[in-house]
Design a protein around this ligand. Sequence first.
Ligand SMILES: [Zn+2]
Length: 388
Amino acid sequence: MLAIRANRLFDGVNVVEGDRLTVLVDGGVVEAVTDGPPPSGADVIDLGAGTLLPGLIDAHVHLAFDATPDTVGALAVGDDILLDRMRAAAAATLDAGVTTARDLGDRGYLSLRVRAESAADPRRGPRLLVSGPPVTSVGGHCWFLGGEVKGSDAVRAAVRERAARGVDVVKVVVTGGRLTEGSHPHEVQFGAAELDAVTDEAARHGLPVTGHCHAADGIAAAVAAGFGGIEHCTFVTAESIFVDPLLLEAMVTAGTRVTLTLGTVGPAAAVDHGGDDPRRVAMHDALRRVATSGVPVACASDAGCGPGKPHGSLAYAVEAMTGLGLPAQRALRAVTSGAAEVCGLGDRVGRIAPGYAADLLAVHGDPLTRPAALRRVAAVFRDGQRVR
Ligand SMILES: [Zn+2]
C-alpha cells in the first residue's frame, strides 16, 4: 500500500477539501482518498506544499512529428530513426506529467510499437491510444503519412487494415490543414458516401472514429456521418469563422466529443489573449462557444506539429484555454476527466477516485489559481509506479 499526500488535491472534477489529504494506492489502482493519517504499514510519499492531480491526458499528439519548422521534411528518414524520435517524444510527454496520450497520426504504424513499449514499461512513456496513419484523400492533408484513399471501397479497406493492425481509433482527415502544401483548412476532402463508409466499417470492428475538421462544412459532414469525435473544431469558412448554432446543438444531442488543440510555447503566445485581429477574436469566440456548449471537451496540444508545439507542452494548452476566458478548473477537467471521456477511457483514467488507475501528477504551486504551475512538475506516477 502506497500513501501519497499533498496539501491540495484536484480529483479531475473538483477540488477536494481537507487538511491531510492522502491518496491510497494498491496494485496500481486508487483505493481511496482520505483526510486522515495513512494506515500503518503504508509507504508514505509526502509531496508537501504542492498540488496533486490526475496524470494529464493529451488527446491529440503526433509522436512522429518533431516540432521543427519543417516537420514534413524531417520525416525523410528511415523507420529506425523515426522510431527513436518517437520514443524520445513519448518520454518527454511523460516527463511533463502526461500519463495518457492519443497519437492521431503516425507513419507506418510505428506508434503501435511505442504503445507496446510503454505498456510493458510505464517509465518509457504515457499509456497510448493510437490511430496509425490518418485516412486521407489522394494528395490531401497529411497524405505523406501514407493513408491516401479514394472511393468508398478503398475507405472500407483502409479501416479494415487499421482494425487488423490493432489501432485504438480511426482518424480521418475530413478537411484540409495548414501543414500540407496545397491543402486548405476550409475545404472538405471527402464526400458523404466515403464518410458513411468510414463509420459503417469502423462500427463493424468496434472502433471509434474521429475526424480532423477545421471547416464548418467538414464538421457538419462528419457529424452527419456519425463520427464520434471532432478534432480542432474551428468552424472556419473560406472568408471567416462561423459557428452554426444548429450544428452545435446537433453535436450536443449526438454526444459528439470534441478535442480543441490549443496553445503554443512562447512568451507572447502562452496566454494567447490575442490583440484585436478580428479573425483571432472570432476564432477565440468560436472555441469558447464550443467549449461551453455542453459537448464533452478535451484540451490537447497537437504536440509535434510545428514550432511552438514541442512534445510535453500540454500545460500551454491549458493556459491558452484559460486565455479564452474559461475558468482554470474547467481547463483542468479538459486535460483530465473530460479528456478521458473524449478518449473513451472515462471509467479508467482522468480521475483520482477509487478504482481508477493510479496515474498521478504532483506540481509545485496551485494550477487552479495559476495554470502555469502545471509546468512545475514535482512527481509523476503511472499505474502507481513513480516514473518521474
Ligand atoms: Zn494533429
